[in-house]
Write a protein that binds this ligand. Structure first.
Ligand code: SF4
Length: 128
């Protein structure tokens, strides 16, 4: 029996999941049963992070890398659906390598099928 906390809502029910049958107890609603079983079968997460924004040298931020001592601007991003937990480091590697050029609109796909998953990396904020 595996014990996990349901993160589907703020209540945080303590679930017990049978590792052979995937039967769940301790859930206060049906979503907890789905979460508990999936967490053992194929755990998934939405990845949130930020990426470096390219800026022109005339704005005093260099290329957005070192930027002459000025911290680069960053754009908040996330996957548009939960991706397998086992792919999270690959996703973070792709995010670390990405440089975005404004303008960007919220919801723009920055990396389709990030790390070979069926999720896309999207902007969660617009940059003019
Ligand atoms: S089992 Fe239901 S009520 Fe409990 S934390 Fe999960 S979603 Fe929330």
């Amino acid at each position: 029996m595996k014990e996990i906390i349901c993160i589907t809502c703020p209540k945080g029910c303590h679930l017990k999941v049978d590792e052979e049958t995937f039967a769940v107890t301790g859930n206060s609603c049906p979503r907890g049963a789905v979460y508990g079983a999936n967490e053992l079968r194929n755990p998934v997460r939405v990845v949130t992070s930020t990426v470096v924004v390219k800026t022109s040298p005339d704005k005093g931020r260099g290329t957005g890398e070192a930027g002459g001592g000025v911290a680069p601007r960053r754009l908040p991003v996330k996957t548009d659906r939960p991706i397998p937990k086992g792919k999270m480091f690959e996703v973070m590697d792709e995010i670390a390598r990405l440089r975005v050029q404004p303008p960007v609109k919220v919801g723009d796909i920055l990396i389709p099928n990030v790390a070979g998953t069926d999720g896309n990396l999207v902007a969660t904020k617009s940059l003019p």
